[in-house]
Unconditional design. Sequence first.
Lengths: 364, 194
Amino acid sequence: MAERAPVRITGVHALSALGRGADAQLAGVLAGTPAFRPVGRFDTSARRVGVAATLADAGPLADELTEAVHAACAAAGLDTAGRAGAPLLLAAHGGTGVPALAGELARRCGLAGASRVYTSACVSASTAVADAAALIGRGDVDRIVVAAGYLVEPDQYALFDAGRALATDGAVRPFSAGRRGLLLGDGVAAVVLESATAAARRDAPTLASVLGWGRAGDAYHPCQPDPQGRGLARALGAALRRAGLRPEDIGYVNANATGTGYSDAAEAAALRLAWGEHAHRVPVSSTKALHGHALEASGLLELVVTVLAVRHGKLPVNAGWLGPDEACPLDVIRDAPRPAATGYAVSLNAAFGGANTALLVGAA
Amino acid sequence: MTGTGELPTATDGRLRVLAQARWPEPGDAAPPTLPGFVHSRFSPVVAAVADRCLTRRHGERPAPEPAGGRTAVVLVSAAGDRASADHVHATVAAGGRPGPLFFFQSVPNSVAGHVAARWGLGGPVVCLAPTGDPLAEGTAEAELLLSDGDADEALLILIEQAPDDAGAGVEAAVPGDPPGTAAVAVLLGGGVTP
């Protein structure tokens, strides 16, 4: 792997059903109360399930993305010139008009332009972060803004319902016995990434560093994860190698776990495959049990949550727990937030197509 | 180059073209049916052009190791599977239930994963909606994945379903599927052209 310069996270913003802004995300995940409610945004009477984690006053996606980018840039202390030199990487559900949305977002926010739009399902945002870190790390650019958005809407809701992916008991129970599936949730987030040199030059605040990342495929099935977790394990291994860290250095895993039977078990298998015995000792939680699954935006929302949690020194709970599942022999954080033992954390994401990512961050 | 109209003959030196293919090529009619994918030609065309490109490089499935396990799939499409998305939208707007197969068909990752599973490609799976030149953006992504070390080769697939594009020689045979679904696949490796 190529030599790289350190990559800093200098500004973040996020919206979910837990509230608006970074502080609301941290308070929400530490409170540990799931945000699922009956869907009022559209009619769900023809669906098997009628709950999701939606923010009542969420506006149109383009407006929420604009606010998120502005807020993240403001948090990073970026002036007009600083924004003008930063390209945008956007993660969003694909379709007609999405490339134009990216261009318009970059224009509204005074960014250098929309370099790429990621439509890689539930690893869209995490792949964008990995790519941004790689581009900054090899010196292509000093600064990149990654934005991602998904607001619960009728079409994807109906598809997940038709696919029997939604939890019929109205709760998401990652890694738990009795888990019945996922629930969707709003997620809009933006993150400013920049080289350590560029951040130091303008005396920017550093929230955390992106120390490692990995992307790998299962080569197994169009829409089912490899039950042995081999692709996700390779992504995890690549992230640690890039960071130069050992599994024992990692103090928290923000899991992809959606609350789906075979998917959570595959993720547990991946952790065991990659980290051996440490997989049974590292604290793990999936905050999807609190804010829902934000699909293309999930990787960025969960990265923001992970960064905030390790900075704060408290790890969020894995809500919805009913009891252990022998297929998921992990140290799942239950009942109450746990103190962070180290400042290093990993955020995992996986998607249809056997796509897997791991992002490794270190608290500043 | 824009869209799927031309094939690359060389890159900037950081990549080399190992194999390439188009859909359609002379003699093509409809792409082979793809089990599990319905209604639209988007996914069948992706699978067909990928098979053609990989067969030219590797002969038979799966791709040999170690190359196969370190080959990325990069799928580039501005609008994605329009026919499926339009069908789902119309069904939901009318108060109906979309068929369960549309659940995974709604994202391009699924057919990319089909190709990866069929050929044993264990590198990253990345789908992009280009904001500019699709080939340039897809090639840049492939080059980044190789340079960064997560892949040694990348299968780049460019596809567009253009409702007003009937010039590709393929008639619409499926309800809701626009004519002119055309694709290019290029297998890229690192280094200069030997």
